[in-house]
Design a binder for this molecule. Structure first.
Ligand SMILES: NC(=O)c1ccc[n+]([C@@H]2O[C@H](COP(=O)([O-])OP(=O)(O)OC[C@H]3O[C@@H](n4cnc5c(N)ncnc54)[C@H](O)[C@@H]3O)[C@@H](O)[C@H]2O)c1
Ligand SMILES: [Zn+2]
Length: 475
């Protein structure tokens, strides 16, 4: 929601307008937002007497009945528009599908569309509302870790276009965001890792307390889906809540003064310099969390070489990625990719590298002095260091699968999500710390011989070999 204020003055040759826009939007933490006894969300719709909700097809299958029951209870007729799943569906066509649903519904000016889902849905539907009558309200309910601590913290909305990620978009604030971490209970573990990577990003550059918590509880946080899986202890839930609360706060403090990204030195761009090409280059795209982890780990090696970070902190950071099952290198991260990705990012950063680097750990330094030859040398050093880490620096379930892309048979996809859920919950039997720690421990055979699903090079997914639509990301 925004208020405009402007003054008009007469100039010798015409007029000049000076104005500003005041934004108001809020975030409310609420567990089980669709519990009928909680009226917070329903209250936003009483005035309108009805609700148009946008979800993706997975979310509609998993949560559609609960959302329906909630609004039935509050006597608010509900229409759900389900958009396709996956990054490939982050298109103008999906946006127009949402616009058609808004037309059929007859959205009244100021009536907020309810957007429920991960970053893909909140970005696409958020952009549809930004375009619709030039500006229509929306309310967000993020359901992934990335959504909760990243995508739905920002006001950026977008779709991909013509091989470019987020090429068409807007800055469009929702009126409210409801943060319900209980959605994480059903989130596939690969998606939990993606979000974990983003929290490493923010904390290693801006919040050492949160970094220390991630480091102390890494395996348990992931296995318990940030303390929300059945069987999680009260302690881990409290720690996870603290981590997420901190991450959101830091993110808001860093980004709110720069909502329109006029300043290009951005702490939250750590890990988002070369990562767009990491997502693009492998035949089956790398998951975002793995692509940024590779970028973050390499950037940290640059920081260590430049003396910004101690060797000890560098090792600690790389170990954390490894313990989390995230990648720290990739065979396809070559000199050529490095060169191409550097050229691409310079275009979006006004000709400068502006490399956000943790240095020292918990603080950020922007590196601008470099030569390509020097970057290549450090990449060689980084690869040597990575080989000494578990799985030789590869990650677990590093590639997108059908649960990300939505390609393949819908029932199989839902079964896959439910199986993944069961498997991660199984890890919790008799409390996980030991088993899970062993499964991810850094003393695993470094030759990648441990029997895990989806280690780099062996995508676990139901879909294979489609080209990613992603070229250059603005994070
Ligand atoms: N606007 C921003 O500032 C910003 C920031 C970060 C990322 N993004 C965008 O977000 C997108 C990625 O979002 P994402 O990582 O949330 O992925 P996503 O929205 O594609 O969701 C990932 C998968 O998880 C499923 N899912 C979602 N919630 C679930 C739940 N609670 N239980 C079970 N399954 C669930 C989805 O159906 C999908 O299959 C990218 O397009 C990226 O560009 C935007
Ligand atoms: Zn990111």
């Amino acid at each position: 929601m925004s208020d405009m204020s402007a003054t008009v003055s007469v100039t010798p040759q015409g007029f000049a307008v000076a104005g500003y826009e005041k934004l108001n939007y809020d975030f409310k933490f609420i567990d089980n937002v669709f519990d009928p006894s909680k009226s917070d969300l329903a209250n936003c719709y009483t005035k309108w007497g009805r609700v148009l909700a946008v979800m993706d097809e997975n979310m509609k299958s998993l949560y559609g009945p609960a959302v329906q029951a909630y609004f039935d209870f509050h006597q608010l007729p509900l229409t759900i528009h389900a958009m396709p799943v996956g990054e490939k569906a982050k298109t103008i066509a999906s946006l127009l599908g949402i616009v058609d649903a808004m037309n059929s519904f007859g959205v009244i000016r100021k009536e907020p569309v309810l957007v429920i889902g991960g970053g893909l849905v909140t970005d696409t539907a958020g952009f549809a509302t930004a375009c619709y009558r030039r500006n229509t309200n929306f309310i967000r309910v993020p359901t992934t870790v990335i959504g909760l601590i990243d995508a739905s913290v920002s006001i950026k909305v977008a779709v991909n276009y013509g091989n470019y990620k987020n090429r068409l978009g807007a800055y469009h604030a929702p009126i409210h965001t409801f943060l319900d971490f209980n959605f994480l209970k059903t989130l596939p573990i690969g998606q939990v890792r993606n979000g974990f990577a983003e929290i490493i990003k923010i904390s290693s550059c801006a919040d050492i307390e949160t970094f220390n918590l991630l480091d102390a509880h890494c395996e348990e946080l992931i296995a318990t889906h940030f303390g929300r899986a059945d069987g999680s202890s009260k302690e881990i839930k409290e720690i996870a809540d603290k981590i997420c609360w901190n991450a959101i706060k830091v993110m808001l403090e860093l980004e709110s003064p720069n909502l329109h990204e006029i300043g290009l030195d951005r702490v939250i761009a750590y890990g988002h310099t070369w990562s767009p090409l990491h997502e693009l280059v492998p035949q089956t795209p790398l998951r975002h969390g793995h692509a940024i982890s590779i970028d973050m780990a390499y950037t940290a090696t640059i920081g260590k070489e430049l003396g910004l970070m101690t060797e000890e902190d560098h090792t600690r950071l790389l170990k954390l990625f490894s313990r989390a099952g995230l990648s720290i290198d990739h065979a396809m991260f070559t000199d050529d990719v490095l060169e191409k990705a550097t050229a691409a990012i310079l275009k979006t950063r006004d000709g400068m590298l502006r490399l956000a680097t943790p240095g020292p750990l918990g603080k950020c330094t922007f590196v601008n002095e470099y030569t390509i030859e020097n970057l290549k040398q450090i990449l060689a050093t980084h690869k040597t260091i990575s080989r000494g880490h578990p799985r030789q620096g590869d990650g677990l379930e590093a590639y997108v699968d059908a649960t990300d892309t939505g390609e393949g048979n819908k029932e199989e996809i839902l079964k896959e999500i439910k199986d993944q859920q069961k498997n991660s919950l199984k890890e919790l039997d008799g409390y996980p710390k030991k088993q899970v720690h062993e499964a991810l421990a850094d003393d695993q055979a470094p030759n990648g011989s441990m029997p895990v699903n989806g280690v780099n090079g062996h995508a676990n997914g139901l879909s294979n070999g489609h080209a990613s639509p992603v070229a250059v990301e603005s994070s």
